[in-house]
Ligand binder design. Structure first.
Ligand code: HEM
Length: 234
């Protein structure tokens, strides 16, 4: 029973809003220390996977901007290949985030924890959106760029690159992920969590409006002139 008492002592010393036991808690029980070490390790993997997710989204957004400004099919091929190479990162990091997140909730929190439940639903929604929109349309651009003849970017490819659904999905995904980071760090109650996710999604939708309104470089008069002026590629 002494072990249980020691574990309680450790739990009492834990600030419920903090991830860690106090350094003194390491003295209390081997089991508790091992448990905390595993939890901390899971948190580390969780945060590394989150960094991977942000990296993949950032690469995708940067590549979309470069493809939007592209003046030749060769440029679109290059950037769409980067997006295609980044695509497998999404399922990998999503799985890591999910597994470590569920593990940490089971160990230290419970499923009545609003921010964790809402983050879980949001992550599943993001995975579904990513698979249905980003992956399919990204692959579509890549295949169309491979098939297009060398030279200026044809209208059909430009339309794929400027697909409003694709831009909306990618930008909203970035802001929604930031919203989840807010949930994870601030840990609001149910209303706060829902408001945070609604604000994040709203900001994502708003952030795409200027992109959708501004004519892409390849379609502007100057862009078209550049396209026409391009020499045929070898
Ligand atoms: C895209 C989705 C997610 C992102 C961006 C994310 C991000 C983060 C970040 C940045 C932290 C560190 C917070 C801190 O130490 O203050 C964290 C911790 C955590 N996350 Fe997530 N997370 C996501 C999904 C999930 C899911 C789906 C769950 C559970 C089902 C979850 C459960 C947890 C738990 C339990 C912690 C540890 C909280 C603590 O001990 O203070 N996460 N997450």
């Amino acid at each position: 029973m002494g072990g249980e008492g020691q574990q309680d002592a450790c739990m009492i010393s834990v600030d419920p809003t903090s991830t860690y036991c106090s350094p003194d808690s390491r003295r209390y029980s081997k089991g508790t220390f091992a448990q905390m070490t595993l939890y901390t390790f899971a948190l580390f993997i969780h945060v590394v996977a989150v960094l991977g997710l942000f990296m993949a989204i950032t690469i995708e957004i940067a590549a979309l901007w470069r493809m939007r400004a592209a003046t030749s099919v060769a440029m679109v091929r290059e950037w769409s290949a980067l997006v295609a190479r980044t695509a497998p990162v999404y399922p990998l990091v999503s799985l890591l985030i999910l597994l470590t997140g569920v593990y940490m909730v089971a160990q230290r929190w419970n499923w009545q924890t609003a921010w964790a439940d809402i983050a879980l639903v949001a992550l599943i929604a993001l995975v579904a959106l990513g698979a249905a929109v980003n992956a399919r349309r990204g692959q579509g651009i890549h295949s169309a760029a491979q098939e297009a003849p060398d030279g200026g970017v044809p209208g059909s490819l430009t339309r794929r690159i400027n697909d409003p659904m694709l831009w909306t999905s990618v930008q909203t995904m970035m802001f929604a992920t930031l919203g989840i980071v807010y949930l994870m760090t601030v840990k609001p109650e149910v209303v706060g969590s829902l408001v945070a996710m609604a604000v994040a999604t709203g900001l994502g939708l708003a952030s795409v409006q200027p992109v959708l309104r501004r004519p892409p470089a390849g379609r502007s008069a100057a862009g078209s002139a550049r396209n026409r002026a391009l020499p045929p590629e070898a």
